[in-house]
Design a binder for this molecule. Sequence first.
Ligand code: GLY
Ligand code: MN
Ligand code: MN
Length: 442
Amino acid sequence: MHIQVERHQARRVALNHQLQSGLLILPTARVQCRNYDNDFPFRYDSRFYYLTGFYEPEAVLVMQLGADPKSTLFCQPKNELREIWEGFLFGPEAAREVFGVNEAFAIDQLDSKLSEWMMGTERVYFPVGFDAEWDARIFKLAAQATSRGRGGVDTPIEFIDARAVIDEMRLLKDESEIGLMREAGRISGEAHIRAMQTAKPGQFEYEVEAELLYHFMKQGSRSPAYGSIVASGHNATCLHYHENNRRMQAGDLLLIDAGCELHGYASDITRTFPVSGKFSGPQKDIYELVLAAMNAGFEKVRPGVPRMAYHDAAVRTLTQGLADLKLLSGTVDGLIEQEAYKQFYMHGTGHWLGLDVHDAGRYKLNGESRSLQAGMVLTVEPGLYFRPLLPDSPASYVEVPEHFMHIGVRIEDDLLVTPDGYENLTALTPKTVADIEATMAR
Ligand code: GLY
Ligand code: MN
Ligand code: MN
């Protein structure tokens, strides 16, 4: 495991500076049942992990905030008998040492310690409304403290959600996070190259998925960052296709949206390539338009530029290109104004990336698109999707010409905003038509 005690400690110090005195309570995620007595692989809560580095289930961080803050970790107790069945547990003693908290206790002591610490505390920070069971538990403890408190002793009267404060911290990545995201980007990029070099007509989509997962794991990633999309032919026009069970045919495009998670950090890459190694004329027309939109977006990624600018640039390029291909008619400004492009481009051009694939942090401040800052990581992911009209499609939508029907193209990279522009964390995997065809020929 990748434990960087000082980073997590520094984040807790910074958080304490931004909050008033009081008690902060932050549980990790719950274990989720998959079926009968079988659980889904556990994934810790990203905010909890950001502040602790602790990755076992059934754990809670409690911070006594103020001039002399104290962090306490509650976790599963050591239990050698249970560990024979379920594997290693740190237990409070080792957890305190390894994760650098002031104190650690067994999780079954949580309520009694919270009851004690709520006496003398007016303010409780916790993710209010995130989990009904935690809400009920914390409000009950607070009510008990109040009824025991009698006048003269402060007890909780303010319940504040600190998630947004933590999320704003998470938006700006530090060097250790950037290092991990570079690695995640490299591994995912290599996996996409492997997919390009192994995919063949006649294979099932899940055979390509297997190649991706194989490479992720061989490189130390224990999970993809989200469900991999391996979408061939018309499936590529479904934005979150996940069945991955179609047999690919010669002449298909294959859209792969897949990235690994490395020590908690996501990568998120999309590439679209011809299963048989050569783009057809119409596929190439659409592909090159999407790539041009991506490059137009890249040019708007630098500090001080509003976040929406890269979306707007991609939309303008796509709209111009759709008009040039006679798919839309009218002036580019008019078509953008009417959002005519939405028939073929119905999603945004990107999102924050970090511990979560759609990462934490506000997109707007005071109603306005916020400016980019060095240390932010975002995706740029334009696309075009050509589907038959639906019975209730808007009257302004146009019939898709036969040669473009069922084409779906998306291209996605992960960019770190740097002081003078950006660093592309996923530049490894080829993107131009020539480079893709050459990679596939090898
Ligand atoms: N893979 C999810 C996304 O691109 O947003
Ligand atoms: Mn993606
Ligand atoms: Mn994405």
